[in-house]
Structure formats: structure tokens, C-alpha cells
Design a protein around this ligand. Structure first.
Ligand code: NAD
Ligand code: GLY
Length: 366
């Protein structure tokens, strides 16, 4: 059953982002696309093990031939080296330009599949069916698709929008605890960027309220999609404004890279990075102490990591590899207030190091 729908509209794209209870209705949406020759469902064995039978039952209703292509799970497999085999599988199965690819999984499956779709035969249509909270609130929306290369994460990619996003909420029932934190961190980021009722509602919720059936999860997804869509609609290719979606990511990426993508999920690292960004916001843009305390108590209630455990010098070193560097400064997204982000704020390395040291020394648990 469809629960809600929002549309994202850009200069040359327009597509719906739909929340559903389960997979019912997916076939109808595929049938509504023009001239579909075959459907290819890209997923991994973990997800297929639980949900293949359900999505198969639904896809049979479409009367369009469909095939599964299994990817290896995990960030290290969102790699350019894995693409050759997949192109080969598509060619073997005679996928033509009217084929439609479904990205059925979390952000790793979504980013990888989207980039395959963007490049196979110069681009075939694709659909996002997100199964993690992070993918539902962030990666399935907005058309950033990418793979990693040995020297960097997301270094090869495209802006390539899906035909539609279809989020089956019941798949969240099997999401591991760590993956919930990952998505909740991006929800919190969106609420900081938005301020207002979204932030107020979230600040009154606690972690135990979050489950696949809870109203707060549905609300958090709908609101996150609203915030992200508004931004992407204005600046699809990140020539400016879209950069605000990177709040918390400069430090977050450095922590992920420093810990070899093993200790933290993407969102957990962003969560710690949000705290660094708020400390810098206080120092540079006058973000208030009371707002800072409000953010920390909200993150504590939502059981998100806030404490910086890594050595500040190493975090800074890993930031140097980040694409946002410029001379002796790094560019940050900071907040003047909740709902008032500023992007491209130059911050000197010395100040970043001082703030990271302050962050590491702080007692942040409530
Ligand atoms: P993920 O895709 O690695 O999924 C996490 C784990 O959960 C995997 O092992 C997966 O198999 C498993 N899983 C997925 N759905 C499940 C379910 N319903 N039940 C049980 N297990 C399930 O992680 P993620 O957090 O979804 O995505 C992270 C990726 O997203 C990163 O590569 C990041 O760079 C990317 N990302 C992209 C964007 C974008 O705009 N394109 C935005 C944010 C993050
Ligand atoms: N996740 C950041 C973006 O989509 O721009």
C-alpha cells in the first residue's frame, strides 16, 4: 500500500519518491514506463536472502522478463573493478537500451547500480528501491551515483536521476542496529539544515521510537526527502547550494578513511562530524551555546555517536585528502543557526586542529 508521495523537480527531471508498506504497486509503476524490454534487479545476497521471494512475487505481476544480478555487499565492493563483470552479465542477457535496472538495497547497491545504469550503452533507465534508512532518506534521492577507486571514495561517478524511488518500509524490519544509526544521523543532519517543526519533533523523540512501523520513521523519511528535494531541485550538480548537504561530512569522511571504513558506518562518522561542524559554527558564525546543547542532547537521545575518539592530528591529515581543500584553509559547511547553513566557509587548519582537540576532550554524554 502506498503511504505517501513527494515529487522532486529539477530543470530537466521530475520523478516521484514514494513510501510504501511493501512491494505491492512496484509492477504497476514499471508497466507505466514506456517500452521496457527487460528488468534487471541489482542486489546483494544478504538482501536477496530475505526479500527476493517478496519482490519476485510482485515483479511477476508486471509480465516483463526480469533477472537478478548479485553484487558483493560492503563499501569495498562499490568499486570500479566490479563493474566489468556486471556489464558483461548485462550483455550476456542481451540487455538493450530499453532495459530498466532496479537498485534494490542500501546506498552501496544504489550508488554502484546507478553508475552502471548511467554508463551501460550510454545510459539506461533505473529505479531506486532503498532498503536501508540511509538510502531511504538520502542516497536514493538526488541522482548522485558513484563508485570508488583505489585512491579515493566516490571519485568516479555521475549525476544520473532515477525514473522513480519506491521505498518499501517493511524491509527496515531487518536492519541491523548500526545501520539504523547510520540513517538517523543523516535524518538529524537534514533537521539541522531545516530547523523548524522537523527539528522540534525529532528533538522530542528517542531511539526506541524508531522502528519500521513507527510514525516517527515515516515522518523522518518524508521530511528528509522534502529537505533534500528542495535543495537538489535548485542545484542538481552542486555548483553551490547542494554543498550544504555535506554538513558534518568533512570531518566524517576523514574519520571513515582514517579508520579504514571499518569502525564506523558512513552515518556514524557523519554524526561525529556534525559535532565538529557545530563547534566550528559556534566559533566562527556565532551558533549559540543553547543550540549546541540542544543538538547534543538530541543526538544522545537518538543514541548517535558524538565523541571524537581519533587523534586530532590524524583526522586533520585525512582531511587534507578531501576535495574541499584550498590553500591553507579547508572549506566547511557550517550553521549560523538551525535552518541557516552556509557553505564554502574557509577555516584555517590551525583552527580546525584546535577545535578537533576541544572536541576530543569534551564530555558529551547526557
Ligand atoms: P550499505 O548499502 O552498505 O548497507 C548496509 C548493510 O546493510 C549492508 O551489509 C547491506 O547488505 C545490509 N542491508 C541493506 N538493507 C538491509 C535490510 N533491509 N535488512 C538487513 N540488512 C540490510 O549502507 P548504506 O548506509 O545504505 O549506504 C552507504 C553508502 O551510501 C556509502 O557508499 C555512501 O557513500 C553512500 N551514500 C550515497 C549518497 C548519495 O547521495 N548517492 C548519500 C549518502 C550516502
Ligand atoms: N549526500 C549528499 C548529496 O546528495 O549531495
Amino acid at each position: 500500500m502506498k503511504l505517501s508521495e513527494r515529487e522532486i523537480v529539477g530543470s530537466d527531471f521530475r520523478y516521484p519518491i514514494e513510501l510504501h508498506e511493501d512491494f505491492v504497486g512496484l509492477s504497476e509503476k514499471l508497466k507505466n514506463l514506456k517500452k521496457v524490454s527487460q528488468v534487471f534487479v541489482f542486489t546483494n545476497r544478504e538482501i536477496a536472502g530475505i526479500y527476493e521471494k517478496y519482490i519476485t512475487k510482485e515483479l511477476k505481476n508486471s509480465n516483463i522478463p526480469f533477472h537478478f544480478i548479485y553484487l558483493k555487499a560492503g563499501e569495498k565492493n562499490k568499486h570500479i573493478d566490479r563493474m566489468k563483470k556486471v556489464y558483461h552479465q548485462l550483455i550476456q542477457a542481451e540487455a538493450d537500451r530499453n532495459a530498466v535496472i532496479i537498485a534494490f538495497g542500501g546506498g552501496v547497491v544504489g550508488d554502484f547500480t546507478g553508475f552502471v545504469a548511467a554508463t551501460y550503452q550510454r545510459g539506461v533507465r533505473f529505479v531506486q528501491v532503498p532498503t536501508t534508512l540511509l538510502a531511504s532518506v538520502d542516497s536514493s534521492v538526488g541522482g548522485k551515483v558513484a563508485v570508488n577507486v583505489d585512491s579515493g571514495k566516490n571519485m568516479v561517478g555521475a549525476f544520473y536521476q532515477p525514473e522513480f524511488v519506491f521505498a518499501p518500509l517493511f524491509t527496515l524490519s531487518t536492519l541491523p542496529k548500526k545501520e539504523w544509526s547510520c540513517g538517523i544521523a543523516e535524518v538529524v543532519k537534514h533537521s539541522f539544515l531545516d530547523g523548524g517543526t522537523f527539528l522540534e519533533t525529532l528533538s522530542k523523540s528517542k531511539r526506541s521510537d524508531f522502528s519500521e512501523k513507527s510514525d516517527i520513521v515515516r515522518y523522518a523519511i518524508e521530511e528528509s526527502v522534502r529537505v533534500k528535494s528542495q535543495i537538489v531541485s535548485q542545484d542538481e550538480k552542486e555548483s553551490g547550494l547542494r554543498a550544504v548537504l555535506n554538513l558534518g561530512h568533512t570531518t566524517g569522511h576523514a574519520i571513515e578513511s582514517l579508520t579504514s571504513y571499518k569502525k564506523y558506518s558512513h552515518g556514524e562518522a557523519v554524526s561525529v562530524g556534525l559535532v565538529t561542524a557545530l563547534l566550528l559554527s559556534k566559533e566562527i558564525l556565532g551558533f549559540s551555546e543553547s543550540n549546541f546543547q540542544k543538538a547534543i542532547s538530541m543526538m544522545n537521545q537518538l543514541e548517535l555517536p558524538t565523541v571524537l575518539e581519533e587523534k586530532p592530528e590524524l583526522v586533520l591529515q585525512h582531511m587534507e585528502h578531501d576535495k574541499k581543500k584550498d590553500g591553507n584553509t579547508l572549506k566547511y559547511v557550517l550553521l549560523e543557526d538551525f535552518g541557516k547553513p552556509k557553505f564554502g566557509v574557509p577555516v584555517e587548519r590551525k583552527m580546525i586542529l584546535d577545535i578537533l582537540k576541544r572536541h576530543k576532550g569534551m564530555k558529551l554524554h547526557g
